[in-house]
Design a protein around this ligand. Structure first.
Ligand code: JD8
Length: 250
């Protein structure tokens, strides 16, 4: 998969894109990820990328010309360009179904704005798919692009190493994860549930499913209702299991 990113802060991506999983996927040639400095496509000798807003108001707006120049330099004719995603608070919310959809594309072009945003003719002329990572205010599109790249590239075949059991993922599809434990079996008075150490794979699977369902129902009733399964009659929630170390008795 190829992903191009356009930003006025290309250095922002060096840490995130060179680390761990993604760094290895790039090194292995599974993901061709390229970050481009928008400033390199500015036409004037000062490499101007922003200007004051028409109509007045605070702050600056990113000019349209560098975006079009960059896209034309990268892909030639504007008709042969990949799916172009503009990260913006007004976009379609990034959810796992959208992540899966984007992961099917052979190539993506991500546009990152800053300041008061990008001249509207970029969205219009480049026919962008507008995406938002959530309802909070960021200072620009770069963090959102990092989130999208991480979520999408982990689905590219080979990136996660195929130990990523698709069986396991469908098992808890649309649910929160069950609790995970590793050694030691007892830590500061907190012990690993006996069933996980029983060696009985059937009991382990049943326990995990039950935990995933109970957790989802308790903390994400929206996901629980949307999961498409039986909805048991409401009953009073059981007392939540105490977290942490057992308390000293009085
Ligand atoms: C791009 C500039 C800053 C600050 C208007 C647009 C995404 N989920 C998200 N939250 N925020 C963004 C985002 C914010 C951006 C830009 C994405 C470019 N800003 C805001 C207030 C004034 N601009 C985002 N994806």
């Amino acid at each position: 998969m190829r992903i191009d990113v356009l930003s006025i802060f290309p250095g922002f991506f060096t840490g995130p894109f060179d680390s761990s999983l993604l760094g290895k996927a790039r090194a292995a040639g599974l993901v061709d990820l390229r970050v481009h400095d928008l400033r390199a496509y500015a036409a004037d000798r000062h490499h101007t990328v922003d200007d004051v807003p028409f109509g007045g108001g605070a702050g600056m707006v990113l000019k349209p010309e560098p975006f079009f120049a960059a896209v034309e330099a990268l892909y030639g004719a504007v008709s042969t360009r990949p799916r172009t995603v503009l990260l913006t608070p007004r976009g379609r919310r990034l959810t796992q179904p959208l992540v899966r959809e984007l992961a099917e594309e052979p190539a993506l072009l991500l546009l990152c704005g800053r300041y008061e945003g990008i001249d509207e003719r970029v969205a219009e002329g480049l026919e962008t798919d507008d995406v938002s990572i959530g309802d909070y205010v960021l200072a620009g599109g770069e963090v959102a692009a990092c989130v999208l790249v991480e979520a999408v590239t982990r689905l590219v075949p080979g990136v996660m190493g195929n130990a990523t059991s698709s069986a396991d993922e469908s098992f808890t599809e649309g649910l929160l994860e069950y609790p995970q434990y590793t050694r030691p079996a007892s830590f500061r008075g907190m012990s690993v549930p006996e069933v996980l150490r029983s060696g009985d794979h059937g009991r382990v699977a049943a326990w995990r499913r039950e935990q995933a369902l109970a957790r989802t129902r308790a903390v994400r009733p929206d996901l629980y209702a949307a999961r498409g399964g039986p909805t048991p009659a409401a009953e009073p929630s059981p007392e939540p299991a105490p977290r942490g170390r057992p308390q000293a008795s009085p």
